[in-house]
Write a protein that binds this ligand. Structure first.
Ligand SMILES: [Zn+2]
Length: 145
């Protein structure tokens, strides 16, 4: 399926409430909020700052990740999602944003930033998801289902 060459305006319509935070390379980057005031979701739009349109070349996806605003850094691979730019990208983008939002909460122990991560270590729990806190490493329990 062909990549859709959407405009900046079309991208912004698909991402209500987003604010433009700058550029990365030649693409516009946006931020949308989560339930935690210290965490946003950064969205790399693939819209070229020169042309105002999504780049037609390559297989670039729309990349989005959880971002810790006060530390100025992403929350790592665990918090990164991609959406391809073929037909239907707007709905898939909305679903991915909702899924990222669902992985953030206030840490019930210390009030810091709690996020869902997956166990990476080899063993019976590999891939299992759990809550933990990025501030103090508080354990928030397994995410069942
Ligand atoms: Zn905590």
């Amino acid at each position: 399926m062909a990549v859709e060459l959407f405009t900046r305006q079309e991208f912004e319509r698909a991402l209500p409430g987003a604010r433009l935070v700058g550029c990365h390379g030649h693409e516009y980057v946006y931020a949308v909020g989560t339930s935690h005031p210290r965490v946003s979701i950064r969205v790399h739009s693939s819209v070229n700052v020169r042309t105002g349109r999504a780049d037609g070349t390559g297989e670039n996806s729309i990349r989005m990740y959880l971002y810790l605003e006060d530390a100025g850094r992403s929350l790592g691979k665990d918090g990164t999602e991609y959406t391809t730019r073929v037909k239907g990208w707007q709905a898939r983008l909305g679903d991915k944003i909702a899924a990222l939002r669902a992985r953030v909460r206030k840490c019930p122990e210390c009030g810091g930033v709690g996020i869902v991560r997956a166990v990476r270590k080899e063993g019976p729990n590999r891939g299992r998801r759990f809550w933990s806190c990025v501030d103090r490493g508080c354990w928030g329990g397994w995410v069942e289902k």
